[in-house]
Ligand binder design. Structure first.
Ligand code: C2E
Ligand code: CA
Ligand code: CA
Ligand code: CA
Length: 279
């Protein structure tokens, strides 16, 4: 950047202006992007540590922006929450993910599917009808669909969240708490919500965060507590053989992470994981 009066401040504000512009561009461009076919889903396998089989997949959205190329979800989901586009994008994700897993099941592969719900989606009663309609249309049994909810979605209007979650449970879908361990809530606090599954954030496996407590004992006690609350436990972000080894010595139920596979486009997922056994 050219040195001018104002120095660092000038540079900083130029950067901020660029960021504001980028946010504005993305927020404009995401309108109608679902209908234009710019989104695709990638699927990341979840492996049961009991059967050592791929039992499920998490659907993760990708935006192929016509000019900017791939825009990662962390860069646009928050913006979609702000401008309300999340309703349209979320409905597209749900429809596409359910359609895909129904197709795999019709081909004999009895997988389940996890779909991420953003806070704004959970805090809107309309989600219940959307989920019911999508399941009916694709003929997917509700227990094959899991909705992943983050702690922040539970913190907004707790009574609304609980009531929407009860209605979703009434439909028969599974509910999980995502990124557990990154937020503020304790396991006992989570008891208020009708959850089936807890996804342990990958920071649990982070060696940098190691304390005096033996990490195996710490993980095991969280998993035991979760089990006492009737929650199954999935460890996410499992990157290497050491982590996997470690988790196999706990009572953790499922693992997900690069050690198994990165999220893959549907065709690649199908090629790799139809009838596939790991470990
Ligand atoms: P998340 O729900 O926690 O998803 C897991 C993220 O971790 C994914 O990033 C995945 O690619 C990445 N990951 C998986 N295994 C590993 C591993 O072993 N190591 C590391 N370091 N990372 C791993 P991705 O796909 O970029 O998604 C980021 C976030 O964007 C998601 O975090 C989720 O919060 C949000 N997101 C993605 N798709 C959707 C969607 O369809 N709807 C909503 N509301 N949010 C979504
Ligand atoms: Ca998730
Ligand atoms: Ca997560
Ligand atoms: Ca763990």
């Amino acid at each position: 950047a050219k040195e001018q009066g104002g120095g660092v401040y000038r540079f900083f504000s130029a950067e901020m202006r660029e960021e504001t512009l980028m946010r504005h561009t993305l927020q404009q461009d995401m309108r109608g992007a679902a209908a234009r076919g710019e989104f695709i889903l990638h699927y990341q396998p979840r492996v049961s540590l009991h059967s050592l089989e791929v039992v499920s997949a998490e659907a993760l959205i990708r935006w192929r922006h016509p000019r900017l190329g791939n825009v990662p979800p962390d860069c646009f989901i928050g913006l979609a929450e702000e401008n309300g586009c999340i309703a349209e994008i979320g409905a597209w994700v749900l429809t596409e993910a359910v359609r895909q897993v129904a197709a795999w099941r019709n081909g004999g592969r009895m997988l389940k599917i996890s779909v991420n719900l953003s806070p704004r989606q959970l805090n809107d009663r309309g989600i219940v009808d959307t989920v019911r309609e999508v399941l009916d249309r694709e003929g997917l049994p509700p227990e094959a669909l899991e909705l992943e909810i983050t702690e922040s979605a539970l913190m907004q209007d707790q009574n609304l969240a609980i009531s929407v979650m009860r209605e979703l449970k009434h439909l028969g879908v599974q509910l999980s708490i995502d990124d557990f361990g990154t937020g503020y809530s304790s396991l006992s606090h989570l008891r208020k919500f009708p959850l089936d599954c807890l996804k342990l954030d990958r920071s649990f496996l982070d060696e940098e965060q190691a304390s005096d407590i033996n990490p195996l004992i710490l993980a095991e006690s969280i998993i035991d507590l979760a089990h006492a609350l009737k929650l199954s436990v999935v460890a996410e972000g499992v990157e290497n053989a050491e982590h996997l080894d470690f988790l196999r010595r706990t009572s953790c139920d499922e693992v997900q992470g690069y050690v198994i596979s990165r999220p893959l486009p549907a065709a690649e997922f199908e090629a790799c994981f139809a009838g596939w056994r790991c470990i």
